[in-house]
Design a protein around this ligand. Structure first.
Ligand SMILES: [Zn+2]
Length: 155
């Protein structure tokens, strides 16, 4: 009989790509305060991974990345967020890098398909079990290490 984790890995297509996209998104957010061009580079790799593997980026992640320059939209740091209420209520996000305006309409009693409970089919649990593995679970601050490189694009 197969282990349950082996069955889950077989069912979830593109798990490795999802993990890579998750890592790239976290790296993009982490680097955005120091180097915005590197952060947009990570986000562009993220969208490239999703396109190549024909996977969808989660809507919260997709809404927090600028469509034009692909830099992460962090309210107060890399983007300005305003609530507009003229004809319809709108969340207006302005990217500080390329000044692109993103408008997301708000409707009462409207929820996205991904937020509705009937859209959820199955949850895959890929957490490491400390009883069976010999790996130490360490703090997330200790385990993440990102090295920044600056590229000279003019040569
Ligand atoms: Zn932008």
């Amino acid at each position: 009989m197969k282990k349950p984790s082996a069955i889950n890995e077989k069912l979830c297509q593109g798990k490795d790509v999802f993990e890579r996209m998750n890592y790239l998104y976290q790296a993009s957010l982490f680097v955005s305060s120091q180097n915005i061009s590197l952060a947009s580079y990570y986000s562009s790799i993220l969208s490239g991974c999703a396109k190549k593997a024909v996977l969808r980026i989660e809507h919260n992640v997709k809404r927090s990345i600028c469509k034009v320059c692909e830099s992460p939209l962090i309210p107060g740091k890399t983007a300005k967020v305003r609530l507009m209420a003229k004809k319809q209520k709108i969340i207006k996000t302005i990217c500080y890098v390329c000044k692109t305006i993103k408008r997301i309409p708000i409707k009462k009693k409207h929820t996205l398909w991904f937020d509705q409970p009937e859209s959820l089919i199955e949850i895959f649990d890929y957490n490491l079990k400390t009883e069976t593995n010999n790996f130490k679970t360490c703090n997330s601050r200790d385990s993440i290490e990102i090295k920044c490189y600056s590229y000279n694009w003019q040569n």
